[in-house]
Write a protein that binds this ligand. Structure first.
Ligand code: ZN
Length: 145
């Protein structure tokens, strides 16, 4: 394992142990989506709040493997305070990174790039994308008042 791989593994473990934006809120202005990944047993709920076209908050709560839970934390800090379209663009860029398609490293933040190695493990891609898919569904379904 090279130094870079070691660094990426550390990023993932840090987010797993000390996640950002974890915990759901009882606020009806948030839009909630729950997704399940039967192949690993991951269960993830995300909540998003949009205001004037900006994703002003993202919360997550789930159980599962370290890749799934840590990526929810990374997703939340990556997409928070972006416009809906920016957030969707970043989500698609992240998917491309994980499926070995061309992607733009400059629009993913450093922590999201830590998951590029998951592309070598197809069985784990669903773990790394579960929280991102939940947020994508929430963004597409949420109609801001
Ligand atoms: Zn998993």
């Amino acid at each position: 394992m090279g130094n870079l791989e070691h660094l990426y593994r550390q990023v993932i473990m840090d987010h797993y142990k000390s996640p950002f934006n974890k915990g759901l809120v009882a606020d009806p202005t948030y839009f909630t989506v729950n997704l399940h990944n039967p192949s690993c047993g991951d269960d993830m709920t995300v909540q998003i709040k949009e205001s004037n076209g900006i994703v002003t908050d993202i919360r997550h709560e789930g159980t599962g493997c370290s890749i799934c839970c840590s990526s929810a934390s990374v997703m939340s800090i990556t997409l928070k305070n972006k416009t809906k379209q920016q957030a969707l663009d970043i989500i698609h860029d992240y998917y491309h990174m994980l499926t070995n398609e061309p992607y733009d490293q400059t629009i993913l933040n450093g922590d999201a790039l830590a998951y590029h190695g998951v592309a070598q493990f197809p069985a784990r891609i669903k773990c790394a994308t579960l929280a991102w898919k939940a947020t994508e569904q929430a963004l597409l379904a949420n109609k801001e008042e």
